[in-house]
Write a protein that binds this ligand. Structure first.
Ligand code: ZN
Length: 192
């Protein structure tokens, strides 16, 4: 990838825009508590969107190991934090990944890095779920991949559109999970 991991010029420009935003919402960007805020906010948003500057396929390729079993492998409760692309407000929750191995397996800690790589971008929950599923289906030898994502959206909660306790669940699956309903049931029983 051509985009550098850290780009001071970009961060400085983002900070200048944040300063303008503060002024336009009716704040005084020069008051003591806010003087350093544009730069802090710029560094934060740059970090929160670091997924644009990472290559998910590279993460997978570094973490594939031999595996003789063919039974379902499930990794659940992978915590993530993302930003909705419609309001640039956080949505966050947990992702569970299941797959049917085909002579290979993926290192467990790498699954969390893959989720981060897609979550740390402007996203919609459906696409985040689909991208994790699609990447694994394409790059890890398998007979099927299934991904479930359960998240709460601050753009809905803060504005009162959604009840405080409610959450959104999305699924995606490929391979034998498409044909075999009982395999999907098995996965869901694991992640309950
Ligand atoms: Zn939103």
């Amino acid at each position: 990838m051509n985009i550098p991991e850290k780009d001071d010029k970009a961060i400085n420009e983002i900070a200048a825009h944040y300063r303008e935003i503060l002024r336009l919402i009716g704040e005084d960007p020069d008051r003591e508590g806010l003087v350093k805020t544009p730069m802090r906010a710029a560094k934060a948003i740059y970090d929160i969107t670091s997924g644009y500057r990472k290559d998910p396929e590279e993460i997978v390729s570094q973490a594939i190991f031999e595996h003789s079993g063919s039974r379902i492998v499930v990794v659940k409760d992978i915590e993530f934090y993302s930003m909705c692309e419609h309001h640039i407000l956080p949505f966050f929750g947990k992702i569970a990944v299941g797959y049917l191995p085909k002579d290979k397996m993926i290192g467990l800690s790498k699954l969390a890095r893959i989720v981060d790589c897609f979550a740390r971008r402007l996203q919609v929950q459906e696409r985040l779920t689909a991208q994790v599923c699609d990447l694994l289906a394409r790059t890890l030898p398998n007979d099927g991949v299934i991904v479930a994502c359960d998240a709460g959206h601050l753009c809905m909660k803060m504005r009162g559109v959604e009840k405080q306790e409610s959450s959104t669940v999305t699924y995606d699956y490929t391979g034998r999970f498409v044909e075999d309903y009982s395999l999907r049931e098995e996965f869901l029983s694991f992640i309950k």
